[in-house]
Design a binder for this molecule. Structure first.
Ligand SMILES: Cc1cc2nc3c(=O)[nH]c(=O)nc-3n(C[C@H](O)[C@H](O)[C@H](O)COP(=O)(O)OP(=O)(O)OC[C@H]3O[C@@H](n4cnc5c(N)ncnc54)[C@H](O)[C@@H]3O)c2cc1C
Length: 196
C-alpha cells in the first residue's frame, strides 16, 4: 500500500502511470475512486464528469450527558444523531459550495440547536465540528465500471449521500468486473459515458 496524492494519470506502453510530483508508479489497472477528487483526476485524461459536492456537516459532543442506544433521526429537522463510544455525533444539512471554500461554522452550530430541541439536557460543551463532501451526480447514480476507450481504467465514485452504504457492493461489483465475471450490460447504468 502506498498513500499518496495523485495529480496525473497517463497511459503508455500498455501500462498506466500514476504521478505524484516527482514520484510515479506503474499499474495494469487503475480504479479512480477518489470521491470529489475523481473529477480532477479524470480531467487530466480529458474526461469531464458533472460531479458536484453536496457538502454536509457534523457536530460531535464528547460528553453529551444523554445515552442513545441507536441512531436517532429527527425527521422533521433532517438531522441524524449517532452514539459514538460515549460521544454523540449530530450530522446533516446540505450546502452547495464546491470543494475549495472553507466550512461555514454557523451551519454546524445549527445542528446543535436542532439536537437540543429534540434531546432535553444535551450537553454540547467541548464540541468539535466537521465538513464533509457527498460526491453527487445529476441522476443520483454512481459511476462504476470500465472507462470506454481507456483500457485498464476503472471508476468507482459519485455515491452521494450513500457512499458508506454503497461501498461494499461497489467494491464487489468492481472486483467481479475486473475478473471478467460480469456482463457489460450489468454496469451499463453506471457508465461514465452516459454523461457524454
Ligand atoms: C454529513 C455527512 C453525512 C453522511 N452520512 C452518510 C450515511 O449515513 N451513510 C452513507 O452511506 N453515506 C453518508 N455520507 C456520504 C459518504 O460520506 C460519502 O458518500 C462517501 O464518503 C464517499 O466515499 P468515497 O470513498 O467515494 O469518497 P471520500 O470518502 O471523499 O474518499 C475519497 C478519498 O480519496 C482521496 N483523494 C482525493 N483525491 C485524491 C488524489 N488525487 N490522489 C489520492 N487520493 C485522493 C481523499 O483524500 C479521500 O481520502 C455522509 C456524508 C456527509 C458529508
Amino acid at each position: 500500500f502506498v498513500n499518496a496524492g495523485i495529480n496525473n494519470l497517463r497511459r503508455s506502453n500498455d501500462k498506466w502511470h500514476l504521478y505524484s510530483g516527482e514520484q510515479s508508479w506503474q499499474a495494469d489497472h487503475v480504479v479512480v475512486c477518489a470521491g470529489m477528487g475523481s473529477r480532477d483526476l479524470l480531467a487530466t485524461l480529458n474526461r469531464s464528469v458533472p460531479l458536484e459536492s453536496q457538502r454536509g456537516y457534523h457536530l460531535q459532543a464528547p460528553h453529551p450527558g444523554v445515552t442513545l442506544s441507536r441512531i436517532v433521526v429527527l425527521a422533521d429537522r433532517k438531522i441524524f444523531m449517532n452514539p459514538m463510544q460515549g460521544q454523540l455525533r449530530i450530522a446533516g444539512t446540505v450546502e452547495f459550495g464546491g470543494t475549495g471554500k472553507p466550512m461555514n461554522e454557523q451551519r454546524a452550530l445549527l445542528l446543535k440547536d436542532h439536537a437540543q430541541a429534540g434531546l432535553d439536557n444535551l450537553d454540547t460543551s467541548g464540541f468539535t465540528t466537521w465538513l464533509g463532501h457527498r460526491p453527487c451526480l445529476p441522476d443520483s447514480l454512481p459511476v462504476i465500471g470500465p472507462v470506454a476507450d481507456l483500457p485498464g481504467l476503472w471508476t468507482g465514485f459519485g455515491h452521494g449521500h450513500l457512499g458508506l452504504t454503497g461501498s461494499i457492493n461497489t467494491g464487489r461489483l468492481l472486483a467481479r468486473a475486473m475478473a471478467g465475471q460480469t456482463s457489460a450490460h450489468e454496469l451499463t447504468p453506471f457508465a461514465l459515458s452516459r454523461f457524454r
